[in-house]
Design a protein around this ligand. Structure first.
Ligand code: DC
Length: 232
């Protein structure tokens, strides 16, 4: 194994869980507090979905989709207001959050080649340690040796409500619709054959239904400090 400078005093943190549990906010702020790099792996699946939709490539077109994903250079750039995502040099940060992408992404995320290619990129990003990576299969599959694994969850009702409050123009969608969509996305993510959303056996489960964001962040930072002290 190659040891890079700083390996010994940094760790990798995996944060997995269903859509809307607060993973991205929590992961970003934990990274800030520890001086780590935040990596939102969902944004990579979203980027692939956006480019496939644009190119008119469907999930059924396996060979075309494989070529497409292999041709993409995805870059994640940390910034003040979260992470920016670039695909082959184009800033797609806002575009990957559209409803069209959100409704389709679980299907693209179930494709074997897509997962394989993105998994390799993700492991490479974590090689030097000091990352907080959020997703669905980070602790169970991408970084099985992450020093700290968190499974962050919340009830479907609470997750829909949080999403509803985020949407400025909630006229276009009802809370009930959001609940149905979130439950459907959970189902697709949990039931796919390759690396489904599962809680790793050695993950710490945090149910954020009745916790504030700050409480969740505090709990994770505390756990990371304990792990770090144990490792010394
Ligand atoms: O976290 P998010 O909503 O941006 O994720 C978008 C989709 O990507 C979601 O349906 C699950 C999928 N995903 C995945 O399968 N594996 C990951 N590591 C991250 C996201």
């Amino acid at each position: 194994m190659v040891h890079h400078e700083g390996d010994s005093d940094r760790m990798n943190i995996a944060i997995d869980g269903p859509a809307g549990a607060g993973k991205s906010t929590v992961a970003r702020r934990v990274a800030e507090q520890l001086g780590y790099v935040y990596i939102d792996t969902g944004s990579m699946y979203r980027a692939v979905t956006l480019i496939a939709q644009r190119a008119g490539v469907s999930v059924e077109q396996l060979a075309k989709l494989a070529d497409l994903v292999k041709s993409l250079e995805i870059e994640l750039e940390p910034g003040e207001r979260g992470q920016s995502v670039f695909v082959n040099g184009e800033n797609v940060t806002a575009l990957i959050r559209s409803r069209e992408v959100t409704l389709q992404v679980s299907y693209f995320a179930a494709n074997e080649t897509v997962r394989e290619v993105l998994g390799i990129m993700q492991r490479r990003l974590a090689e030097r340690k000091g990352v907080v990576m959020d997703g669905r299969d980070i602790g169970s599959h991408v970084l099985p040796h992450a020093e700290l694994k968190i499974f962050l969850t919340a009830s479907v009702k609470e997750r829909a409500l949080r999403r509803y409050r985020e949407i400025v123009d909630s006229q276009t969608i009802t809370l009930e619709q959001l609940e149905t969509e979130i439950a459907e996305r959970d189902r697709l993510d949990e039931q796919r054959e390759i690396s489904p959303l599962v809680c790793a056996s050695d993950a710490v489960v945090l149910d954020s239904t009745s916790m504030t964001i700050d409480e969740v962040i505090h709990a994770i930072v505390k756990l990371s400090r304990t792990k770090m002290a144990e490792a010394k």
